[in-house]
Design a protein around this ligand. Structure first.
Ligand SMILES: [Zn+2]
Length: 499
Protein backbone atom coordinates (compact mmCIF):
# COMPACT_ATOMS: atom_id res chain seq x y z
CA UNK A 1 0.00 0.00 0.00
CA UNK A 2 1.26 3.47 -0.90
CA UNK A 3 1.87 5.68 2.11
CA UNK A 4 -0.62 8.54 2.18
CA UNK A 5 0.34 12.20 2.25
CA UNK A 6 -0.91 13.44 5.63
CA UNK A 7 -2.02 17.06 5.88
CA UNK A 8 -3.56 18.36 9.10
CA UNK A 9 -5.30 21.65 9.68
CA UNK A 10 -5.69 23.67 12.86
CA UNK A 11 -6.10 27.32 13.80
CA UNK A 12 -7.80 30.00 15.77
CA UNK A 13 -9.18 32.86 13.73
CA UNK A 14 -9.59 36.30 15.23
CA UNK A 15 -9.58 39.91 14.09
CA UNK A 16 -8.69 41.79 17.26
CA UNK A 17 -9.67 45.42 17.72
CA UNK A 18 -7.28 46.96 20.24
CA UNK A 19 -9.88 49.65 20.97
CA UNK A 20 -12.92 47.40 21.49
CA UNK A 21 -14.56 47.12 24.91
CA UNK A 22 -14.99 43.34 25.05
CA UNK A 23 -11.89 41.14 25.54
CA UNK A 24 -11.69 37.87 23.59
CA UNK A 25 -11.82 35.74 26.74
CA UNK A 26 -11.79 31.96 26.90
CA UNK A 27 -15.50 32.06 27.82
CA UNK A 28 -16.21 33.93 24.58
CA UNK A 29 -14.22 31.41 22.54
CA UNK A 30 -16.12 28.55 24.19
CA UNK A 31 -19.44 30.30 23.64
CA UNK A 32 -18.63 30.56 19.91
CA UNK A 33 -17.38 27.01 19.82
CA UNK A 34 -13.98 25.34 19.85
CA UNK A 35 -14.40 22.52 17.37
CA UNK A 36 -12.42 19.31 17.14
CA UNK A 37 -11.95 16.65 14.48
CA UNK A 38 -14.94 15.71 12.36
CA UNK A 39 -17.09 18.41 13.99
CA UNK A 40 -14.98 20.98 12.11
CA UNK A 41 -15.60 19.19 8.85
CA UNK A 42 -19.35 19.00 9.52
CA UNK A 43 -19.52 22.74 10.22
CA UNK A 44 -17.36 24.03 7.38
CA UNK A 45 -17.05 21.57 4.50
CA UNK A 46 -20.18 22.84 2.74
CA UNK A 47 -19.51 26.51 3.52
CA UNK A 48 -17.39 28.87 1.42
CA UNK A 49 -14.81 29.42 4.17
CA UNK A 50 -11.11 28.55 3.96
CA UNK A 51 -11.55 25.06 5.39
CA UNK A 52 -14.05 24.26 2.63
CA UNK A 53 -11.36 25.26 0.13
CA UNK A 54 -8.95 22.75 1.65
CA UNK A 55 -11.52 20.00 1.12
CA UNK A 56 -12.34 21.31 -2.33
CA UNK A 57 -8.72 20.96 -3.43
CA UNK A 58 -7.70 17.81 -1.54
CA UNK A 59 -10.86 15.69 -1.20
CA UNK A 60 -10.40 13.86 -4.48
CA UNK A 61 -6.67 13.24 -4.15
CA UNK A 62 -6.62 9.50 -3.49
CA UNK A 63 -3.20 9.61 -1.86
CA UNK A 64 -3.96 12.51 0.49
CA UNK A 65 -5.43 12.30 3.98
CA UNK A 66 -6.75 15.65 5.27
CA UNK A 67 -7.04 15.59 9.06
CA UNK A 68 -9.12 18.13 11.01
CA UNK A 69 -7.49 18.90 14.36
CA UNK A 70 -8.94 21.94 16.14
CA UNK A 71 -10.51 25.16 14.91
CA UNK A 72 -12.00 28.09 16.76
CA UNK A 73 -13.41 31.24 15.28
CA UNK A 74 -14.57 34.19 17.33
CA UNK A 75 -16.17 37.32 16.01
CA UNK A 76 -14.02 40.45 16.15
CA UNK A 77 -13.70 42.01 19.59
CA UNK A 78 -10.87 43.14 21.84
CA UNK A 79 -7.50 41.36 22.08
CA UNK A 80 -7.31 37.68 23.10
CA UNK A 81 -6.74 37.28 26.85
CA UNK A 82 -3.67 35.50 28.18
CA UNK A 83 -5.79 32.59 29.42
CA UNK A 84 -7.49 32.13 26.05
CA UNK A 85 -4.18 32.46 24.20
CA UNK A 86 -2.54 29.79 26.33
CA UNK A 87 -5.50 27.45 25.91
CA UNK A 88 -5.76 27.85 22.13
CA UNK A 89 -2.01 27.54 21.60
CA UNK A 90 -1.74 24.46 23.81
CA UNK A 91 -4.67 22.71 22.09
CA UNK A 92 -3.25 23.34 18.62
CA UNK A 93 0.25 22.24 19.60
CA UNK A 94 -1.03 19.20 21.51
CA UNK A 95 -3.06 17.90 18.56
CA UNK A 96 -0.34 18.63 16.02
CA UNK A 97 2.00 16.61 18.24
CA UNK A 98 -0.39 13.76 19.10
CA UNK A 99 -1.73 13.14 15.61
CA UNK A 100 1.48 13.57 13.61
CA UNK A 101 3.74 12.94 11.84
CA UNK A 102 2.75 15.28 9.04
CA UNK A 103 3.76 16.01 5.50
CA UNK A 104 1.90 19.30 5.59
CA UNK A 105 -0.15 21.56 7.84
CA UNK A 106 -2.77 24.11 6.78
CA UNK A 107 -3.54 27.04 9.07
CA UNK A 108 -6.79 28.96 8.41
CA UNK A 109 -5.69 31.90 10.55
CA UNK A 110 -6.95 35.47 10.28
CA UNK A 111 -3.72 37.46 10.37
CA UNK A 112 -4.94 40.29 12.63
CA UNK A 113 -5.04 38.35 15.91
CA UNK A 114 -3.66 40.40 18.78
CA UNK A 115 -3.20 38.70 22.13
CA UNK A 116 -2.40 40.16 25.53
CA UNK A 117 0.47 37.67 25.52
CA UNK A 118 1.76 38.11 21.94
CA UNK A 119 1.11 41.21 19.83
CA UNK A 120 1.55 39.06 16.70
CA UNK A 121 -0.71 36.16 17.66
CA UNK A 122 -0.70 34.66 14.17
CA UNK A 123 3.06 34.88 13.68
CA UNK A 124 3.65 33.38 17.11
CA UNK A 125 1.47 30.30 16.58
CA UNK A 126 3.20 29.73 13.23
CA UNK A 127 6.60 29.94 14.96
CA UNK A 128 5.60 27.55 17.74
CA UNK A 129 4.17 25.04 15.26
CA UNK A 130 7.36 25.29 13.20
CA UNK A 131 9.46 24.66 16.31
CA UNK A 132 7.39 21.58 17.05
CA UNK A 133 7.32 19.95 13.61
CA UNK A 134 10.67 21.07 12.20
CA UNK A 135 11.67 22.34 8.77
CA UNK A 136 10.54 19.36 6.70
CA UNK A 137 6.80 19.80 7.23
CA UNK A 138 5.26 22.13 4.63
CA UNK A 139 3.15 24.78 6.35
CA UNK A 140 0.57 26.87 4.51
CA UNK A 141 -1.44 29.71 6.07
CA UNK A 142 -4.54 31.23 4.48
CA UNK A 143 -5.21 34.71 5.79
CA UNK A 144 -8.03 37.24 5.76
CA UNK A 145 -7.51 40.33 3.61
CA UNK A 146 -7.53 42.39 6.82
CA UNK A 147 -4.39 40.57 7.94
CA UNK A 148 -1.52 42.70 9.20
CA UNK A 149 0.88 40.21 7.66
CA UNK A 150 4.09 40.02 9.69
CA UNK A 151 7.53 39.07 8.45
CA UNK A 152 7.38 36.35 11.10
CA UNK A 153 4.42 34.59 9.43
CA UNK A 154 6.25 34.67 6.11
CA UNK A 155 9.45 33.33 7.71
CA UNK A 156 7.76 30.49 9.55
CA UNK A 157 5.42 29.29 6.77
CA UNK A 158 6.27 27.89 3.34
CA UNK A 159 3.17 29.29 1.68
CA UNK A 160 0.84 32.15 2.64
CA UNK A 161 -2.25 33.19 0.68
CA UNK A 162 -4.59 36.06 1.44
CA UNK A 163 -8.17 36.70 0.38
CA UNK A 164 -8.13 39.18 -2.51
CA UNK A 165 -11.66 40.53 -2.18
CA UNK A 166 -13.28 42.87 0.31
CA UNK A 167 -16.07 42.08 1.05
CA UNK A 168 -14.47 38.66 1.30
CA UNK A 169 -16.08 36.43 -1.27
CA UNK A 170 -12.99 34.49 -2.43
CA UNK A 171 -12.04 32.82 0.86
CA UNK A 172 -12.70 29.44 -0.72
CA UNK A 173 -10.67 30.05 -3.87
CA UNK A 174 -7.66 31.43 -1.98
CA UNK A 175 -7.68 28.42 0.36
CA UNK A 176 -7.73 26.19 -2.73
CA UNK A 177 -4.56 27.97 -3.91
CA UNK A 178 -2.98 27.53 -0.49
CA UNK A 179 -3.76 23.80 -0.32
CA UNK A 180 -2.66 23.36 -3.93
CA UNK A 181 0.72 25.01 -3.35
CA UNK A 182 1.27 22.99 -0.17
CA UNK A 183 0.44 19.72 -1.92
CA UNK A 184 2.64 20.47 -4.93
CA UNK A 185 5.49 21.38 -2.58
CA UNK A 186 5.08 18.10 -0.69
CA UNK A 187 5.15 16.24 -4.01
CA UNK A 188 8.39 17.98 -4.94
CA UNK A 189 6.86 19.76 -7.94
CA UNK A 190 7.61 23.30 -6.73
CA UNK A 191 9.90 25.07 -4.29
CA UNK A 192 8.00 28.14 -3.03
CA UNK A 193 9.91 31.18 -1.80
CA UNK A 194 8.13 34.27 -0.47
CA UNK A 195 8.83 37.97 -0.23
CA UNK A 196 6.75 40.42 1.78
CA UNK A 197 6.94 44.15 1.02
CA UNK A 198 5.62 46.24 3.91
CA UNK A 199 5.81 49.96 3.11
CA UNK A 200 4.80 52.34 5.95
CA UNK A 201 1.29 52.72 4.55
CA UNK A 202 -2.23 52.02 5.66
CA UNK A 203 -5.36 52.03 3.57
CA UNK A 204 -8.34 53.60 5.29
CA UNK A 205 -11.26 51.25 5.90
CA UNK A 206 -13.35 53.43 3.57
CA UNK A 207 -11.05 52.70 0.63
CA UNK A 208 -10.75 48.97 1.20
CA UNK A 209 -13.52 47.93 -1.19
CA UNK A 210 -11.77 45.85 -3.83
CA UNK A 211 -14.22 46.61 -6.61
CA UNK A 212 -13.63 50.36 -6.10
CA UNK A 213 -10.67 52.39 -7.30
CA UNK A 214 -7.90 52.61 -6.36
CA UNK A 215 -7.91 49.13 -4.73
CA UNK A 216 -9.26 47.61 -7.95
CA UNK A 217 -6.26 48.96 -9.81
CA UNK A 218 -3.84 47.58 -7.24
CA UNK A 219 -5.43 44.16 -7.50
CA UNK A 220 -5.10 44.25 -11.27
CA UNK A 221 -1.43 45.12 -10.76
CA UNK A 222 -1.00 42.12 -8.46
CA UNK A 223 -2.75 39.87 -10.99
CA UNK A 224 -0.42 41.11 -13.73
CA UNK A 225 2.63 40.20 -11.61
CA UNK A 226 1.11 36.79 -10.86
CA UNK A 227 0.91 36.07 -14.61
CA UNK A 228 4.68 36.35 -14.97
CA UNK A 229 6.67 33.14 -15.49
CA UNK A 230 7.88 31.71 -12.20
CA UNK A 231 5.20 33.38 -10.09
CA UNK A 232 3.11 31.04 -7.91
CA UNK A 233 0.95 33.61 -6.13
CA UNK A 234 0.92 37.41 -5.78
CA UNK A 235 -1.47 39.38 -3.63
CA UNK A 236 -2.20 42.19 -1.21
CA UNK A 237 -2.98 42.34 2.50
CA UNK A 238 -5.05 45.44 3.22
CA UNK A 239 -4.31 45.33 6.93
CA UNK A 240 -6.53 46.01 9.90
CA UNK A 241 -6.15 49.57 11.20
CA UNK A 242 -7.77 48.86 14.60
CA UNK A 243 -5.04 46.43 15.66
CA UNK A 244 -2.38 48.38 17.53
CA UNK A 245 0.66 46.33 16.47
CA UNK A 246 4.00 47.12 14.77
CA UNK A 247 3.02 45.32 11.54
CA UNK A 248 -0.29 47.19 11.14
CA UNK A 249 -0.64 48.32 7.54
CA UNK A 250 -0.71 47.20 3.94
CA UNK A 251 1.46 44.33 2.73
CA UNK A 252 2.36 42.95 -0.68
CA UNK A 253 3.26 39.29 -0.92
CA UNK A 254 4.73 37.31 -3.78
CA UNK A 255 5.51 33.60 -3.97
CA UNK A 256 7.77 32.31 -6.72
CA UNK A 257 9.15 28.93 -7.66
CA UNK A 258 12.62 29.02 -6.15
CA UNK A 259 13.45 32.59 -7.16
CA UNK A 260 13.82 35.03 -4.23
CA UNK A 261 14.91 37.94 -6.45
CA UNK A 262 11.82 37.54 -8.60
CA UNK A 263 9.59 37.35 -5.50
CA UNK A 264 11.01 40.68 -4.32
CA UNK A 265 10.61 42.23 -7.76
CA UNK A 266 6.94 41.18 -8.04
CA UNK A 267 5.98 42.28 -4.53
CA UNK A 268 7.84 45.58 -4.83
CA UNK A 269 6.15 46.39 -8.13
CA UNK A 270 2.72 46.33 -6.48
CA UNK A 271 3.95 48.05 -3.30
CA UNK A 272 5.44 50.90 -5.35
CA UNK A 273 2.15 51.48 -7.15
CA UNK A 274 0.29 51.51 -3.81
CA UNK A 275 2.73 54.09 -2.48
CA UNK A 276 2.02 56.28 -5.52
CA UNK A 277 -1.70 55.99 -4.75
CA UNK A 278 -1.35 56.65 -1.02
CA UNK A 279 -3.49 59.80 -1.00
CA UNK A 280 -6.32 58.12 -2.93
CA UNK A 281 -6.22 55.18 -0.47
CA UNK A 282 -7.49 57.33 2.42
CA UNK A 283 -11.23 57.51 1.54
CA UNK A 284 -13.97 59.97 2.50
CA UNK A 285 -17.28 59.83 4.38
CA UNK A 286 -20.43 61.89 5.00
CA UNK A 287 -21.72 63.34 8.28
CA UNK A 288 -24.80 61.67 9.76
CA UNK A 289 -26.69 64.95 9.50
CA UNK A 290 -25.98 65.44 5.79
CA UNK A 291 -26.56 61.79 4.94
CA UNK A 292 -29.98 61.71 6.64
CA UNK A 293 -31.08 64.89 4.91
CA UNK A 294 -29.97 63.52 1.56
CA UNK A 295 -31.68 60.18 2.21
CA UNK A 296 -34.90 61.89 3.28
CA UNK A 297 -35.08 63.81 0.01
CA UNK A 298 -34.27 60.78 -2.18
CA UNK A 299 -36.66 59.83 -4.97
CA UNK A 300 -36.08 56.08 -4.74
CA UNK A 301 -35.71 53.80 -1.75
CA UNK A 302 -34.22 52.14 0.17
CA UNK A 303 -31.28 54.43 0.79
CA UNK A 304 -28.62 52.49 2.69
CA UNK A 305 -26.55 54.29 5.34
CA UNK A 306 -23.36 52.53 6.47
CA UNK A 307 -22.58 53.09 10.15
CA UNK A 308 -18.79 52.94 9.82
CA UNK A 309 -18.07 53.71 13.50
CA UNK A 310 -20.11 50.74 14.72
CA UNK A 311 -18.78 48.11 12.34
CA UNK A 312 -19.72 44.92 14.18
CA UNK A 313 -17.40 43.03 11.87
CA UNK A 314 -14.57 45.10 13.34
CA UNK A 315 -15.33 44.32 16.97
CA UNK A 316 -17.76 47.04 18.02
CA UNK A 317 -20.83 46.47 20.24
CA UNK A 318 -23.48 46.85 17.54
CA UNK A 319 -25.57 49.17 19.70
CA UNK A 320 -24.62 52.60 18.35
CA UNK A 321 -27.51 55.05 18.38
CA UNK A 322 -26.02 58.14 16.75
CA UNK A 323 -28.01 57.76 13.54
CA UNK A 324 -31.29 57.17 15.37
CA UNK A 325 -30.89 60.22 17.61
CA UNK A 326 -29.96 62.42 14.67
CA UNK A 327 -32.89 61.13 12.59
CA UNK A 328 -35.32 61.94 15.41
CA UNK A 329 -33.80 65.40 15.83
CA UNK A 330 -34.22 66.04 12.10
CA UNK A 331 -37.73 64.57 11.98
CA UNK A 332 -36.68 61.92 9.45
CA UNK A 333 -39.10 58.97 9.48
CA UNK A 334 -38.85 55.48 8.07
CA UNK A 335 -35.47 54.49 9.51
CA UNK A 336 -34.82 50.77 9.96
CA UNK A 337 -31.85 49.12 11.62
CA UNK A 338 -30.67 46.29 13.86
CA UNK A 339 -29.55 47.23 17.34
CA UNK A 340 -28.00 44.94 19.90
CA UNK A 341 -29.70 45.05 23.31
CA UNK A 342 -29.99 41.70 25.09
CA UNK A 343 -32.16 43.03 27.94
CA UNK A 344 -34.72 44.55 25.58
CA UNK A 345 -34.80 41.33 23.55
CA UNK A 346 -35.69 39.41 26.71
CA UNK A 347 -38.40 41.94 27.60
CA UNK A 348 -39.91 41.73 24.11
CA UNK A 349 -40.01 37.94 24.28
CA UNK A 350 -41.84 38.19 27.60
CA UNK A 351 -44.29 40.79 26.29
CA UNK A 352 -44.94 38.93 23.03
CA UNK A 353 -46.05 39.91 19.55
CA UNK A 354 -48.69 42.63 19.47
CA UNK A 355 -47.72 44.12 22.84
CA UNK A 356 -46.32 47.63 23.21
CA UNK A 357 -42.75 48.14 24.33
CA UNK A 358 -41.71 51.36 26.05
CA UNK A 359 -38.12 51.83 27.11
CA UNK A 360 -34.60 52.60 25.99
CA UNK A 361 -32.79 50.58 23.33
CA UNK A 362 -29.06 50.38 22.58
CA UNK A 363 -26.22 52.72 23.55
CA UNK A 364 -25.51 50.76 26.71
CA UNK A 365 -22.25 48.85 26.14
CA UNK A 366 -19.74 51.67 26.44
CA UNK A 367 -19.32 55.42 26.10
CA UNK A 368 -18.21 55.40 22.48
CA UNK A 369 -21.43 54.53 20.67
CA UNK A 370 -24.11 57.04 21.69
CA UNK A 371 -26.78 57.28 24.40
CA UNK A 372 -29.68 54.82 24.83
CA UNK A 373 -32.54 55.53 22.41
CA UNK A 374 -36.00 55.92 24.00
CA UNK A 375 -38.76 54.27 22.02
CA UNK A 376 -42.42 53.32 22.27
CA UNK A 377 -43.69 50.87 19.70
CA UNK A 378 -45.47 47.66 18.83
CA UNK A 379 -43.59 44.36 18.91
CA UNK A 380 -44.25 42.84 15.50
CA UNK A 381 -42.01 39.78 15.72
CA UNK A 382 -40.01 37.68 18.16
CA UNK A 383 -37.54 35.03 17.00
CA UNK A 384 -34.49 32.99 17.96
CA UNK A 385 -32.36 35.23 15.70
CA UNK A 386 -31.08 32.34 13.59
CA UNK A 387 -31.03 32.61 9.80
CA UNK A 388 -29.21 31.18 6.84
CA UNK A 389 -27.69 32.84 3.79
CA UNK A 390 -26.95 30.65 0.79
CA UNK A 391 -25.68 33.41 -1.49
CA UNK A 392 -22.01 34.46 -1.35
CA UNK A 393 -21.46 36.72 1.64
CA UNK A 394 -18.49 38.32 3.37
CA UNK A 395 -16.26 35.57 4.76
CA UNK A 396 -18.17 32.76 3.09
CA UNK A 397 -20.32 32.02 6.12
CA UNK A 398 -23.74 30.46 5.91
CA UNK A 399 -25.35 30.18 9.32
CA UNK A 400 -26.00 33.27 11.41
CA UNK A 401 -27.14 33.56 15.02
CA UNK A 402 -28.00 37.01 16.40
CA UNK A 403 -29.51 35.45 19.54
CA UNK A 404 -33.12 36.00 20.69
CA UNK A 405 -34.40 38.91 18.64
CA UNK A 406 -37.51 41.08 18.27
CA UNK A 407 -38.81 43.81 15.99
CA UNK A 408 -40.23 47.02 17.46
CA UNK A 409 -42.06 49.47 15.19
CA UNK A 410 -42.25 52.84 16.88
CA UNK A 411 -44.97 55.47 16.67
CA UNK A 412 -42.53 57.98 15.18
CA UNK A 413 -41.23 56.00 12.23
CA UNK A 414 -38.44 53.73 13.49
CA UNK A 415 -38.23 50.00 12.93
CA UNK A 416 -35.68 48.42 15.24
CA UNK A 417 -34.59 44.80 15.02
CA UNK A 418 -33.38 44.20 18.56
CA UNK A 419 -30.76 41.45 18.75
CA UNK A 420 -29.06 39.76 21.69
CA UNK A 421 -25.60 39.56 20.13
CA UNK A 422 -23.81 42.23 18.09
CA UNK A 423 -25.27 41.60 14.63
CA UNK A 424 -23.50 42.05 11.30
CA UNK A 425 -25.53 43.29 8.35
CA UNK A 426 -24.30 40.60 5.96
CA UNK A 427 -27.65 39.13 4.88
CA UNK A 428 -31.10 40.46 3.99
CA UNK A 429 -32.48 37.36 5.70
CA UNK A 430 -31.50 38.93 9.00
CA UNK A 431 -34.58 41.13 8.55
CA UNK A 432 -36.69 38.91 6.33
CA UNK A 433 -36.60 36.12 8.92
CA UNK A 434 -38.25 38.64 11.29
CA UNK A 435 -40.91 39.81 8.85
CA UNK A 436 -39.19 43.00 7.63
CA UNK A 437 -38.21 43.19 3.97
CA UNK A 438 -35.36 45.69 3.47
CA UNK A 439 -36.47 46.20 -0.14
CA UNK A 440 -39.71 47.77 1.12
CA UNK A 441 -38.04 50.03 3.69
CA UNK A 442 -37.15 53.68 3.28
CA UNK A 443 -33.80 54.20 5.01
CA UNK A 444 -31.78 51.16 6.06
CA UNK A 445 -28.92 51.70 8.51
CA UNK A 446 -26.38 48.88 8.25
CA UNK A 447 -23.39 48.28 10.48
CA UNK A 448 -20.13 47.99 8.64
CA UNK A 449 -18.18 49.27 5.68
CA UNK A 450 -17.80 46.37 3.25
CA UNK A 451 -19.47 43.33 4.79
CA UNK A 452 -23.03 44.64 4.11
CA UNK A 453 -22.32 45.30 0.44
CA UNK A 454 -23.08 41.89 -1.11
CA UNK A 455 -26.53 42.02 0.52
CA UNK A 456 -27.35 45.72 0.23
CA UNK A 457 -25.72 46.93 -2.96
CA UNK A 458 -28.19 45.08 -5.20
CA UNK A 459 -31.21 46.65 -3.42
CA UNK A 460 -29.89 50.07 -2.34
CA UNK A 461 -30.91 52.98 -4.58
CA UNK A 462 -28.20 55.05 -2.94
CA UNK A 463 -25.39 54.02 -0.57
CA UNK A 464 -23.81 56.50 1.85
CA UNK A 465 -20.87 55.85 4.19
CA UNK A 466 -21.12 57.78 7.48
CA UNK A 467 -18.42 59.50 9.50
CA UNK A 468 -19.85 58.10 12.74
CA UNK A 469 -17.79 57.96 15.91
CA UNK A 470 -17.02 54.59 17.50
CA UNK A 471 -14.40 51.89 17.97
CA UNK A 472 -14.23 51.42 14.18
CA UNK A 473 -14.40 55.04 13.10
CA UNK A 474 -12.71 55.90 9.82
CA UNK A 475 -10.94 58.78 11.57
CA UNK A 476 -7.85 56.96 12.87
CA UNK A 477 -6.40 60.16 14.31
CA UNK A 478 -8.89 59.77 17.20
CA UNK A 479 -7.11 56.64 18.50
CA UNK A 480 -4.09 56.58 20.83
CA UNK A 481 -1.80 53.94 19.33
CA UNK A 482 1.06 52.53 21.43
CA UNK A 483 2.68 49.90 19.21
CA UNK A 484 2.33 50.87 15.55
CA UNK A 485 5.32 51.83 13.41
CA UNK A 486 6.28 55.47 13.12
CA UNK A 487 6.19 56.99 10.63
CA UNK A 488 3.13 55.40 9.04
CA UNK A 489 1.22 57.20 6.30
CA UNK A 490 -1.24 58.98 6.65
CA UNK A 491 -0.82 59.34 10.42
CA UNK A 492 2.58 60.86 9.66
CA UNK A 493 2.32 62.69 6.36
CA UNK A 494 6.12 62.89 6.01
CA UNK A 495 6.57 59.10 5.88
CA UNK A 496 8.89 58.02 3.06
CA UNK A 497 9.41 54.71 1.29
CA UNK A 498 12.15 53.25 -0.86
CA UNK A 499 11.85 49.51 -1.51
ZN1 LIG B 1 -11.61 40.71 6.97
Amino acid sequence: MVKKIRIGYAAFSHESNSFAYQPASLDKWREWGILYGEDIRAEYETSKASIAGYYGRLRDEADVELVPLVFARLMPMGPITVEATEFLFSEILRLVQEQGPWDGLLLPLHGAAVSDKYLDGDGEICAQIRDLVGEDVIIGASLDMHANVSQKIVEECDVVTIYQTNPHIDTYEQAVHCADLVLRTIRGEINPVMYLADPPLLVNILSQGTSDEPMAELLRAAQAQWQKPGALWVGIGEGYPYADVPEMGMTFLAITDGDPALAKELADAVANRAWELKVELQGSSTSVHDALQRADKASAFPVVLFDVGDNVGAGTPGDSTYVLHEARALGVRGVTQALRDADVAVQCHKLGVGATFTGEVGGKCDELHGAPFPITGVITSVSDGKYEETKPVHGGFRFFDDGPSAVIKSDDGFTILVTTYPAMSASLDQFRSSGVDPVQERIMVVKGVHSPRPAYEPIGKELIWLSTAGASTADLSTFTYKHIRKPLYPLQKDATYTP
